[in-house]
Design a protein around this ligand. Structure first.
Ligand code: ZN
Length: 350
């Protein structure tokens, strides 16, 4: 599975004065030359909690007027000026939002018909699913996988409660796609998960009861304190928090591996937006299949019932041309089936 380059969103166009990549200096006033860089770790009603790169100081900021309607979300890299002392009485200003590498959208719902960017610059989407109590929901997993692949994030399946049910059947469903997975059990070790998160910015998504909060608390021992602290500053009670919050993973002792990294918890996010996703974009996450669909008719959905889909031609060719390699055809067929199941998530969209 490959990482795609940066994805653009509607906000980028206005702020990227020079799309060839050099810093858009002309948009900075002279007094912003010494702005401090940082990362947005929480957003609440027009107040942005940011962590300054240099000394990891937490500051509260508002958007500078010159940014206009440009959205600022958790994970955004920003430049800050103003009162950078930190603490509840100091207010800084965000004067620049750096170009985003990746964006993840929250799905549209009844209260808000627009799919909105909720997290920027994450590089991994961790789909937390219980093996039992509650039962796994493969269609939900598929939706999350499609969102991750479309956004250019590496997906990671995290299957919890392996002490209640055997992970093998669910693992085999995603094996053909090459989606990496970690398995945890209640009260068990988290070494595998720690290793998968080290040095990365991971968004965790999962329904209530799957053990996501337990994982977050185990991974970031002061997660409650950190979230409570953010909400103290922004004046919002922690129990009402529904937006994303970035939590820094503690550095770990072993010097022989990359440590640190971030987990971004998404308490109020039920699903990720798919309305903008094209079937081609999903299939292109799989290089071997991407080469095949280049031969498809224009506008092909690549679904099982799509007329003249090149995936079917390839399956036919394999059965004719390489009868002596049934294993190769079986593997390709399993992969096509799996990707078509993912694509079915697009047909479900509201
Ligand atoms: Zn096709």
């Amino acid at each position: 599975m490959v990482r795609r380059g940066r994805d653009f969103d509607e906000d980028d166009v206005r702020v990227r004065a020079n799309p060839r990549g050099s810093r858009p200096r002309s948009r900075l006033r002279p007094e912003h030359e010494d702005a401090a860089d940082g990362m947005v770790i929480a957003v609440d009603r027009g107040r942005y909690t940011c962590l300054i790169d240099d000394d990891m100081r937490e500051v509260i900021a508002m958007k500078a007027r010159e940014l206009g309607r440009k959205g600022v979300v958790v994970g955004d890299r920003v430049s800050l000026v103003g009162d950078l002392r930190g603490g509840p009485d100091a207010l800084a200003r965000i004067v620049r939002v750096h170009p985003r590498e990746h964006v993840l959208r929250r799905t549209a719902d009844d209260t808000d018909p627009v799919e909105r960017v909720i997290v920027a610059n994450a590089d991994q989407l961790v789909i937390v699913t219980a093996l039992a109590d509650p039962e796994p929901r493969p269609r939900m997993i598929d939706r999350c996988l499609v969102a991750a692949l479309d956004a250019g994030l590496n997906p990671l399946l995290c299957l919890t409660k392996a002490d209640l049910a055997d992970p093998t059947p669910l693992l085999s469903v995603y094996e053909a796609l090459g989606v990496p997975a970690v398995v945890t059990r209640r009260g068990g070790e988290l070494e595998q998960l720690h290793a998968a998160l080290a040095g990365r910015i991971s968004v965790l998504v999962g329904h209530s009861g799957v053990g996501k909060s337990t994982l977050v608390n185990a991974l970031v021992p002061d997660a409650d304190r950190a979230i409570g602290h953010v909400n103290d500053i922004t004046g919002r009670g922690r129990h009402t928090s529904t937006s994303a919050v970035a939590l820094r993973l503690p550095e770990r002792g072993d010097s022989d591996r990359v440590s640190g990294g971030w987990v971004i918890d998404t308490p109020g996010v039920r699903s990720f937006g798919l309305a903008h996703v094209s079937p081609d974009h999903v299939v292109q996450a799989f290089p071997d299949l991407a080469a095949v669909i280049a031969e498809c008719p224009r506008g092909c959905t690549h679904a099982a019932d799509a007329p003249d889909c090149a995936l079917d031609d390839r399956l036919d060719a394999l059965s004719v041309d390489s009868p002596e390699h049934p294993a190769e055809r079986a593997a390709f067929a399993a992969r096509v089936d799996s990707v078509r199941r993912l694509l079915a998530a697009l047909a479900d969209r509201p």
